[in-house]
Ligand binder design. Sequence first.
Ligand code: FES
Ligand SMILES: [Fe+2]
Length: 461
Amino acid sequence: MALIEKDLEALEKTERDFLAPPFLPRKPIPDLGLERIEGERFYSPEFMEQEWKHVWTKTWQLAIHETDLPEPGSFFVYEFGRESFLFTRDKKGVARGFYNICQHRGNVLCQAPEGQAESISCPFHGWEWNIDGTLKDVADPQFFRQFDNGIPVDDLGLQQVRTDSWAGFIWFNMDDNAMPLRDFLGEAGQHLESYELEKRSYMDQQSFEWKGNWKHAVDAFNESYHFLALHPDMVEFGEGHDVPIELHGIHSRMMNYNATVSELVDERDDMTPLREHMMARREPADSPLRNVAAKDVHLEIIKTKRAMENDTYLPYKKMNDEQLVHQYHYTFFPNTTFTQTPEHGVIFRYRPHATDPNICYYDFIIMAYLPPGSTPPDVVPETHSHGDHEHYAAAFKGTFDPILANVLRQDGSNMETMQRGVKSKGFKGMILCDQEIRLRHFHQTIDQYISGEIDPQNPPV
Ligand code: FES
Ligand SMILES: [Fe+2]
């Protein structure tokens, strides 16, 4: 057993039932076989097409934050793969999602990214729709013999897409017969309700264009085996070596340890400037955290937060001891990751390119609990094109620590080289270890959606 796990097990436990069961003691990792994962799935247009048909059009997708539609008449466009979606809030405050497509000749209808309007008209011939999606006006209807007996208003309304809300976000599913969102999120979704996610404020969203397939990006963040080689700084203030992992139906979770020093580091006790910055910079000078070995800071944090659980707006009461300090990392199939500390959360969303399997978009969404009475910022998502290595630190305007932005830059640095490498004649397929079991599980789940082995309207969750 890892040393950190021994320390956590020795800590006096809070005996209570929590929405999210702890990872420790560990449950065994299921045996999903040892087969290599072939490279073609990362670049083949045919595989991309299969994914669109069997995965993207059948699964729930996190789209926009509720506050992207702040008032009646708000609209917001969300681009996803080959589709463009238009989300609106009508006069009564009801939010809806539509395919952002003109019903005349199929032009993309709303070409402004967001705004306020009573109606939206197509720039081509001027057909117009109310903000609730009903048809408002057809230009020169007398030219259409089809309308001799009246305009078929119902048939010409904007095509709606099914939506639901969870965690403060509007989600959609292109399959009208899909299971309800909460059922789809399953047990893993119930775990996360311990964080009272809807109480968190939307702080920032930055998107990065990466020259790699979207699955390389999912894979990059679903294992910690790469920490030592790729992120040598991170082992100074956390432990990602041999972490607990669980599979929950088509979804999965893992825990990374915060506020400790990895066992891979020889000297684990001194509070170096980097350790101090990452573990204790927000703590008062007389905090007990400063009197313990650096590797034990996490144990002190658990005690401190548990003692204050009745006196804080943060939902510590609902969190098990591990959650009070460590990183709970959940990925919902196929492309949404929630990773959180008790005070903050980041959502990673991976979007395919419209036509090119060699490009994806990585969306980085920052959430935080603000003290009652605070006003959250007005977030305008930004997209950064590939190739500018400086953009990671500059992108987050004070919303993300520069040391962690550099970690993100390191993660992004492999996308183009992975995309190139899996196409090589010299590549025999990925050989994955148990610390990479979430990757194996993810690729097998995609295969099972494509083959029909998983019923997309009733997946195991
Ligand atoms: S294509 Fe939109 S009005 Fe003609
Ligand atoms: Fe990483």
